[in-house]
Design a protein around this ligand. Sequence first.
Ligand SMILES: Nc1ncnc2c1ncn2[C@@H]1O[C@H](COP(=O)(O)OP(=O)(O)OP(=O)(O)O)[C@@H](O)[C@H]1O
Ligand SMILES: [Mg+2]
Length: 276
Amino acid sequence: MSISKGIERLSTGIRKFDELIEGGIPRGFFVSVVGEPGTGKTIFCIHYANQGIIDGDRVIYVTTEESRESIINQASQFNLDFEKAIQDKKMIIIDALMKEKLDEWSLFELTVEELVKKVIEAKKELGYGRTRLIVDSMSAFWLDKPAMARRMSYFVKRVLHKWDVTALLVSQYAVTSDLSYGFGLEHVADGIIRFKKVIMRGELRRFVLIEKMRQTNHDLRAHEIRILPEQGLVLVSPTEMRSQDLRMPPKIIKKMEEAKEKSRAQITDEPEWSSE
Ligand SMILES: Nc1ncnc2c1ncn2[C@@H]1O[C@H](COP(=O)(O)OP(=O)(O)OP(=O)(O)O)[C@@H](O)[C@H]1O
Ligand SMILES: [Mg+2]
């Protein structure tokens, strides 16, 4: 944790990444983590969660893409012990994979209302204090209603910000379906961290770029990342890539703009289903 100019910042667990954002993510921020499949979003979240355990924060990890066991296994590949953190009541992994066998920390329904309710229950269980929330991913909640993304993200932020959470909300950019599921979230977010993959000379390379971080003089370059056995995600170096190499295809941008317009038209000051 670092405090400068009155802003308390949470380390992401990746030292070189923290250096790009003046030491970490400001407490209370809702940060959107976006990118295509396999670009490192989940691994980034795993580092963030683990740093929370180290720093004595409460950690709530909602997983919709992989099972709880898969997250624990992935963390253990980088020598991070989530099993112990769960036993020690420092961490709760909410499994939203809609399995046949549900337990106390499963989502019964894939709705934002259910998500928010479960996160608050988890927060109460873990107790008072600074809390890290990871929702990996939010896209699952608006798969069949993308125009609602902005409104749903707004609801999640509005309700949960009172609970002392600093959140990473993941959304996917699905190449195969030619649709981005992240729209809406980025507008509500205090920060946007974009992951990107590019094939260069027949080799897959991954990059990370901070597109937005309020109240922060953040780095503006794309940084190459590597995912290494035992270590996890590491930053290699800034790259000379041009911004257009990292931007989304024009067709996708157009679709996002149309969806944004649609959801803007639907948004009202108070979502009718916010009932607290
Ligand atoms: N132990 C490991 N050693 C090296 N590389 C690994 C290891 N575990 C995972 N990876 C790499 O990380 C990639 C997965 O990254 P991650 O799960 O963070 O992607 P993601 O952006 O969350 O994708 P999705 O949107 O599909 O969930 C794998 O495809 C693999 O290349
Ligand atoms: Mg993932």
